[in-house]
Design a protein around this ligand. Structure first.
Ligand SMILES: [Zn+2]
Length: 467
């Protein structure tokens, strides 16, 4: 029976360990960083009323997005915008507000994309901009969600660990500002000597564990779901579960919501000593820019060298541009920050595309997008074929009701494809002179009729109504 129990334990614990390796963080402090935190904790001990920071400090941030050597695997701008927006909400109680001090830059490097140590000490360190918080988002390889090396003073975050509502970045920035794990001493599965184990009653909270007296004892060095599914016992026999709410523990991201007051004071002390922050930054929510080109519903946009243009918004740091075929914002064709009020881009094929743009200020990426415009690309736009759609084909009636006959009259032979609003092909048929087609029991809405001829192709919209 005893044997069976161990076998069961072995198999039930194994997946947890594998998961922990994938999701944990790798950080190391310099001896002077450790010393500084200890000195500050002594200060806290002598002066519990300590109040360091009078007003919000604006902290300069430099974002590096790393891909492989072919430029694949970039952290998306959409995710970056929400990560920065969220991090400022999470750090609001700390009194820190991060702002983009420089444009986002891209690094194509296979080794750094895997977070190999050589590349972190080489490529990443060379790209570091002094005087700001340098954060690198990478895509692959590493078993760690987050990395902070004190000697380089840079933070690396794996893309998949910083999806919306994740707390990896908050945790690593905690390390950046000197915070240890709440379970300090237990990392890597080790057990501290009994005198170094933090007791639940707080009697050794300055000398054991993380040295902060308002973070509860914590001995768990693997990722855990909250509440902890088992109990811990301190050196004098007190049974407890650790506080899951602190960013600096290893509880699941959804358990995290705060830094403790002493952790906050310690980070403020660290920031002061760095002398990199300023007392103001442009952090207002900006209005959406007015779009200029392409025109809404333009049905004859060449798919190459399309100029996207909008009016300048005062105080904009950059513009976030999104373009999605069929307006499906889950599958973006373009997702980028533009530092100017226009950009030239290539798209492809003969499709309806939707586009939207927003202005972000250096300290506020939380802005929502403006209105959505639609246009239709045409790969065959040339001087010869610049004829209006009406001359090329005729769809009637439009709108049409289910069961009615749709008649299509193109001026040359080709293939008719019909797509539903999300882009799924619903119908495909070759046509000669004309085609009549009875509308099946499809959902009502806007459909796209694509004509592919030997000389030209284009998209037209038509609407299906309920009876
Ligand atoms: Zn950590």
């Amino acid at each position: 029976m005893q044997k069976l129990k161990y076998i069961f334990l072995f198999f039930s614990v194994l997946p947890l360990i594998i998961k922990a390796q994938e999701l944990s963080c790798y950080h190391k402090f310099t001896p002077s960083q450790i010393q500084n935190v200890k000195l500050f904790q002594q200060k806290l001990q002598n002066n519990p009323q300590l109040n360091l920071q009078k007003s919000t400090q604006f902290v300069p941030l430099k974002v590096h997005i790393v891909g492989n050597s072919a430029g694949i695997g970039y952290y998306s701008i959409t995710h970056l915008m929400s990560a920065l927006c969220e991090i400022n909400q999470r750090f609001a109680p700390v009194g820190f507000h991060f702002y983009l001090a420089q444009p986002v830059t891209y690094i194509n490097d296979d080794a750094l994309n895997r977070a190999d140590f050589d590349a972190i000490y080489g490529v990443a360190y060379e790209a570091k901009v002094p005087g700001m918080v340098n954060v690198y988002f990478h895509n692959a390889g590493s078993t760690w969600c987050g990395v902070y090396f004190g000697d380089l003073d840079i933070v690396l975050v794996k893309n998949s660990c910083q999806m919306p509502m994740a707390t990896t970045l908050a945790h690593e920035l905690g390390h950046f500002f000197g915070l240890p794990h709440t379970f300090l001493g237990w990392e890597g599965g080790g057990t501290p000597s009994p005198s170094d184990i933090e007791r639940l009653d707080g009697s050794n909270c300055r000398t054991a564990g993380d040295g902060f007296c308002d973070t509860k004892a914590d001995y768990v060095s693997q990722r855990w779901a909250c509440p902890l599914p088992y109990t811990l016992t301190d050196p004098i026999g007190q049974i407890f579960k650790p506080d899951s709410s602190l960013y600096m523990n290893y509880a699941s991201d959804n358990c995290h919501s705060r830094f403790s007051t002493e952790q906050i004071l310690s980070m403020q002390n660290d920031l002061q000593s760095r002398r990199i922050s300023k007392v103001s930054a442009l952090n207002n929510l900006l209005t959406a820019p007015q779009k200029i080109a392409p025109l809404n519903l333009d049905s004859n946009v060449s798919s190459k060298n399309i100029t996207f243009k909008w009016n300048a918004v005062p105080n904009a740091f950059a513009y976030h541009l999104q373009i999605a075929r069929f307006g499906d914002w889950n599958f973006l064709n373009v997702d980028r920050l533009v530092n100017d009020t226009f950009v030239q881009l290539d798209l492809f094929g003969n499709w309806p595309f939707a586009w939207r743009v927003k202005a972000i200020s250096e300290g506020n990426t939380c802005t929502v997008f403006g209105s959505i415009d639609t246009f239709y690309t045409n790969e065959n736009v040339t001087n010869v074929y610049e004829v209006s759609e009406a001359l090329i084909t005729n769809i009637s009636p439009n709108p049409i009701r289910k069961g009615e006959l749709l008649s299509i009259t193109p001026i040359e032979n080709g293939v008719i494809n019909i797509y539903q609003p999300q882009g799924k092909l619903m119908y495909s048929e070759a046509v000669n002179n004309s085609l009549s087609f009875q509308i099946p029991d499809w959902e009502q809405g806007v459909y796209f009729l694509e004509f592919v001829g030997s000389n030209r192709s284009f998209i037209k919209r038509f609407v299906i109504h309920e009876n």
